[in-house]
Design a protein around this ligand. Structure first.
Ligand SMILES: NC(=O)c1ccc[n+]([C@@H]2O[C@H](COP(=O)([O-])OP(=O)(O)OC[C@H]3O[C@@H](n4cnc5c(N)ncnc54)[C@H](OP(=O)(O)O)[C@@H]3O)[C@@H](O)[C@H]2O)c1
Length: 268
């Protein structure tokens, strides 16, 4: 299938590692010109090396999206470099496990600042460029836990609330800008899709004489979010779905929370 991404101008937030890195690589492999950001220059450079070694074109931008004006600057730099903006993937995020009764106002503010406000700002900065061309695709990366907030084990109610807010905002954008031919969806990754976590679990499993799968199933059961596939997902599996959603092949799927969690949630 031709995804129609060749030569498109794409912006990915949080492209230095994890799901963002996998998305940058997947989009660059489709021939898109990909601007991406994070605070860590070292991680940006590693991704740049991977993209260029594969013959792709990318633009790493070191920026802290929590700072005033950063979202606007990121989009402006992308448009300056590539002449347009066809696709935005608002992927960056901040995750903190903390019991509800221990959470401070600062924890709540910081989480909403990064997961909601800066994601909202980057979408807001992208829209005029897409509206002018009457074409665009946006994906915001939310979380499956918005439908299943953890209670007791792995509590993070501020995280799930901020991710629910950004998914709701994506739905708003899909309705508001659908008449401008701008397609907006959110994706909901499931439990344990970060490489760091998967590596920690592999070590834990070894020390308990379990297979990584057995250990994962036990942990996922503890928080009541066991994927039907009985295994954690990989960033590449997320990136492939995101790539389809922002591609020219997706002309009629908009305003949807796309669950990518190996069948962990029962929401449909
Ligand atoms: N992994 C999972 O299991 C899972 C599950 C559900 C939802 N999600 C969501 O999926 C998204 C990606 O997850 P992930 O596991 O790949 O996350 P990750 O490994 O923590 O990567 C997050 C990326 O965002 C960047 N970032 C964070 N704060 C930033 C800021 N203020 N300004 C600019 N860049 C910033 C990070 O780079 P720097 O730190 O260098 O800035 C990094 O490149 C997140 O929104 C996350 O909440 C993940």
């Amino acid at each position: 299938m031709d995804l129609g991404l060749h030569g498109k101008s794409v912006a990915v937030t949080g492209g230095g590692r994890g799901i963002g890195r996998a998305t940058v690589l997947a989009l660059a492999r489709e021939g898109a010109n990909v601007a991406y950001c994070s605070r860590s220059l070292e991680q940006l450079r590693l991704v740049e090396k991977e993209v260029t070694e594969e013959g792709g074109r990318c633009l790493p931008i070191q920026i802290d999206l929590a700072e005033a004006g950063a979202a606007d600057d990121f989009i402006a730099d992308t448009v300056d470099a590539f002449g347009a903006l066809d696709v935005l993937v608002a992927n960056h995020g901040f995750h903190q496990i903390k019991d509800f009764e221990e959470l401070t106002d600062d924890d709540w503010y910081r989480t909403f600042e990064i997961n909601f406000f800066s994601a909202m700002r980057v979408c807001r900065a992208a829209i005029p460029h897409m509206k002018a061309k009457r074409r665009g695709h946006i994906v915001v990366v939310s979380a499956g836990s918005i439908y299943k907030p953890s209670i007791g084990v792995d509590e993070h109610p501020h995280y799930t609330a901020s991710k629910a807010a950004i998914a709701n905002f994506a739905k708003f954008l899909s309705k508001r800008y659908g008449p401008d031919n701008i397609i907006v969806n959110s994706v909901l990754p499931g439990y344990g899709m970060s490489e760091e976590r998967i590596n920690i679990w592999a070590d834990e499993a070894r020390s308990r004489n379990q297979t990584p799968e057995e250990h994962f199933v036990e942990l996922a059961n503890d928080i009541g979010y066991l994927p039907a596939l009985h295994r954690p997902g990989h960033a590449d599996e997320l990136a492939r779905v995101i790539t389809f959603l922002v591609s020219g092949a997706n002309t009629y799927m908009s305003g949807v929370d796309v669950q990518i969690d190996g069948g962990g949630l029962d929401i449909g």
